[in-house]
Ligand binder design. Sequence first.
Ligand code: PEP
Ligand code: MN
Length: 265
Amino acid sequence: FRYGEASEVVVPTPNGDVYIGEQHPIVVVAGPCSVENEEMIVETAKRVKAAGAKFLRGGAYKPRTSPYAFQGYGESALDLLAAAREATGLGIITELMDAADLPALSRVADVIQIGARNMQNFALLKKVGAQDKPVLLKRGMSATIDEWLMAAEYILAAGNPNVILCERGIRTFDSKYARNTLDLSVIPVLRSLTHLPIMIDPSHGTGKSEYVPSMAFAAIAAGTDALMIEVHPNPARALSDGPQSLTPDGFDRLAHEMSVIGKVV
Ligand code: PEP
Ligand code: MN
């Protein structure tokens, strides 16, 4: 790679190849925090697809702070993601926490997510580096940009060039008002340091659905390549991350407003 030359990640999905990178329209990933049942995941997939999302997100294996919190439905949730993929043709993004789950997860995932809490799980990074699916690498909640880029380097060095960096907010001193501090300055900073595509996650970045649209617009203004937005059919009853989830109607409005600004198709 030459300095200043952006790379793109091309993801084959049933609906066709999706290109993620500076030279392409902004790609939107949407869906619930966790896959809860077939009806909710398939319905959400249909709604976010109609609004313009190119990928459905949804966790089967959930990295929860408390061991007593909902941990995700695991392998059975992967089957539900497969059903949503089949019904809509959307690409699937879902989190891998344990290398032992890689074969099952790879059967449904078009992009493998490594979550903030595993950003420096080097054994896991080497494993996803040694397979073919693109990897979405979230920034650790207290990781410096150099640590994040070195984590990405583990995947690249193991042979997988298809890495997307996702900013999801860093540890804040003021959690009274926002779950994290969404560090949008990483967009110009990363542009000067790396060729890798950039995604912004305003849902985890703020923790509150009412702040998600403004941060999505801000990320677009700052030049993001992609956005990840949590959407749940009934946020009040979500098994995880309800407070930060948009309803399908709310996502629809946001997607419309983003398309008016342009850059998002
Ligand atoms: C998620 O995407 O639902 C998630 C757990 O994200 P993070 O790793 O950024 O907390
Ligand atoms: Mn979540």
